[in-house]
Design a protein around this ligand. Sequence first.
Ligand code: SAH
Length: 356
Amino acid sequence: MLEKIDILSLSLTELEDIIVSLGEKKFRAKQIFQWLHLKKVFNFDEMTDISVQLRSRLKEKFCINRLFVQKRLESSIDNTVKYLYRLSDGCFVETVLMEYSYGYSICVSTQVGCKMGCRFCASAIAGFVRDLEPSEILMQIYETEKSSGIRVSGVVLMGIGEPLDNFDSVMRFLELLSDKNGNNLSLRHVSLSTCGLVPMIYRLAEKKLQLTLSVSLHSADNDKRSEIMPVNRTYNITSLIEACRSYIEKTGRRITFEYAVIDGVNSSEKDADRLSDLLRGINCHVNLIPVNRVRERSYRTAKNGVSAFAARLSERGINATVRRTLGSDIEAACGQLRRDAAEKYSENDMNGGADT
Ligand code: SAH
């Protein structure tokens, strides 16, 4: 039997081509696209302006890959909600919904696991399994919106995985997310975070997207950065900063540098001075992150460490903010839930489906 086509990963143009090849009128594709991406209807039988015959042909040809909530944790401190979603093949990914004064922002995963091996990150611990399809990235948003009744106004690609290591799927995801005929979210409200895959930063720059690029820097010293982020052994700080400068020039967009302040690793005054020297003159912003504790690791943020670091940067003319800690009571650090789930849910559970 032919495998069914994952309809939620198709662009409108691709869907039009298939619909026309079935002998149907082209405008039917736009109707179906709107059911999926605008009305968020994930059942062909509910697409009431499509004939019963066409609906049954659609069911034969296409599948709509739903995600299932395996676990849902709600913070009692700040309304942050963390979802552990189960994919159709039994893999798990994490999604976090966060409330801000201006609306809701969602943090999505782009891969099942991660190959990058950053020492402080829980995603690295459970290992890499596979890339996510565009539909699987998108459905983390649609399913969360559907079940919570909330319309998301910002998206950050900062969940499990390295977005630029799954480049084509992430690009298609962004195209679908912002399509005027469907979900229509401006890419100005999207941030993409990378550990620094230099060639992919150049590729992304060519696309001239309106999104905000966040670069996880975490140290301005090559030896230290290589120790905590193995990717630095392949693409060192000089080549990364060169790529960032070129990105800013090509896109006209400011870059955010992420810096988790880790006690005894990168938190000294000298580290702050080195960082400010590195970034001087670059159109950027530094986002300081208190380290999320990861059970298997001893990294922690020093008391007052982040504010002292921020003060030193601003003394030296570098624009820095401290990220608010959200969901601290629900293990909202990347990868912690999936790692636990990999241990906890047996094959049977995954196939038998406890959907709540
Ligand atoms: N792979 C991408 C995106 C996923 S990680 C990247 O590396 O940017 C999202 C952000 O969370 C990155 O800045 C990452 O360095 C940071 N992060 C990971 N684990 C963390 C932890 N335990 N504490 C604080 N920040 C962490």
